[in-house]
Design a protein around this ligand. Structure first.
Ligand code: NAP
Ligand code: G4F
Length: 328
């Protein structure tokens, strides 16, 4: 039985990756940071019905000693580094924390691995945000980076330190440059989930308006369930490498939002209010990935269209609101 260690197991991707690895017969261990709200952090694992099939161990990406201890105790075959301060908008308000976790945290995990288990395989969660002010119309592994937020700057550090440890120490360390991926388990602060949750509430009469920022921004959106499969495939290759994971289709926030409202028979213009409070100090106007390398070398392709995913998210949020008891 293979053993996987996942940092960020309580997040969206950590939950779907756990589900995938369990289905492949892995033993799954995750790092969970200390909180005074014990018992609620594993809500995504519970949503997927797998909370009692994974083991959670205390640790924090900011604390090298905790990572060394966990790697030494667990001795995993594969480590997936998904933990991060991952919300771009927060990274301007908490730039130092973002750097400490999203950038230096990667070195901490790599150092724990180098010291305790240099033969394990490592996955780094890099991001299309690193392309920022895009230098080519469709971004691939060879497109130059131009980060536009403290988050993207931190991710760029995490990306290059992964490449550096691979080249310096011969580690099997791969980096997935993943474009935006969403699901019913997406955090409520990200735009797709903010939209689908609001659409459900508006449909059920609990809310009237939805306040958004720049709805002309374009993103290449895929489903998290499809994207975690690419993470796993990267670590099954003989040689470590870097891969862009995307759909190759870019859509405006406006059009994504329209799909969600239309699914419940509502007109978005009756409810959406543009609020400058949600504009960012520097915006990434458009992202469009070229996943040709992943298709050719990993045999990976996305399975879910944007429309299918948004409908799944709206339906899940309608169920959640019903179950919350707010309607009674
Ligand atoms: P997410 O839902 O925000 O999950 C982030 C995870 O990191 C959570 O489990 C969180 O724990 C954990 N974490 C945060 N700070 C930590 C710390 N100091 N020590 C240990 N754990 C910590 O993010 P996601 O959407 O699943 O994304 C997974 C990774 O892929 C992230 O690195 C993200 O930046 C990257 N990425 C995401 C996308 C995307 O579109 N989703 C695209 C490209 C790259 P708590 O539950 O305690 O908060
Ligand atoms: O959903 P978002 O917050 O995602 P963003 O900034 O693209 O970052 C996500 O994807 C990255 C991969 O490219 C990840 F690395 C990162 O961790 C995260 O998962 O915003 C998407 C777009 C932006 O252009 C934003 O300005 O939507 C625009 N937007 C418009 N109104 C809004 C809103 N975003 C949010 N969160 N909330 C709004 O009200």
């Amino acid at each position: 039985m293979k053993r996987a260690l996942i940092t960020g197991i309580t997040g969206q991707d950590g939950a779907y990756l756990s589900q995938l690895l369990l289905s492949k017969g892995y033993e799954v261990i995750g790092i969970i940071r200390r909180s005074s709200h014990r018992g609620v952090e594993d809500h995504r694992l519970r949503w997927l019905g797998i909370a009692d099939r994974v083991t959670l161990i205390d640790g924090d990406l900011a604390d090298l000693s905790s990572l060394v201890r966990v790697v030494k105790d667990v001795r995993p075959d594969e480590i997936y580094n998904l933990a991060a301060q991952s919300f771009v908008a927060s990274s301007w308000r908490q730039p130092v924390l973002t750097g400490n976790i999203t950038a230096i945290g990667v070195t901490n995990v790599l150092e724990a691995m180098r010291a305790e288990a240099p033969n394990m395989r490592f996955y780094q969660a890099s991001s299309s945000e690193m392309f920022g002010k895009i230098q080519e119309p469709a971004q691939s592994e060879t497109t130059p980076f131009y980060p536009r937020s403290p988050y993207a700057v931190a991710k760029l550090y995490g990306h290059w330190i992964t490449v550096n440890y691979r080249e310096s120490f011969g580690l099997h360390a791969s980096s997935g440059i993943l474009f935006n991926h969403e699901s019913p388990l997406r955090g409520i602060e990200f735009v797709t989930r903010k939209v689908t949750d609001s659409v459900a509430r508006i449909k059920l009469g609990l809310q009237q308006e939805l306040r958004l920022g720049n709805i002309d921004a374009k993103r290449d959106w895929g489903h998290a369930r499809d994207y975690v499969e690419a993470m796993w495939l990267m670590l099954q290759q003989d040689q470590p490498d870097d891969y862009v994971i995307a759909t190759g289709v870019s859509t405006t926030v406006r059009d994504m939002c329209r799909i969600a409202f239309e699914h419940v028979g509502l007109e978005m213009n009756d409810h959406v209010v543009i609020d400058p409070a949600f504009y960012r100090p520097a915006e990434v106007d458009v992202l469009l990935g070229n996943p040709a390398k992943a298709r050719a070398k990993l045999g990976w392709a996305p399975k879910t269209t944007l429309k299918e995913m948004i409908v799944e998210m709206v339906e899940a949020d309608l169920k959640r609101v019903h179950a919350s008891g707010l309607l009674s």
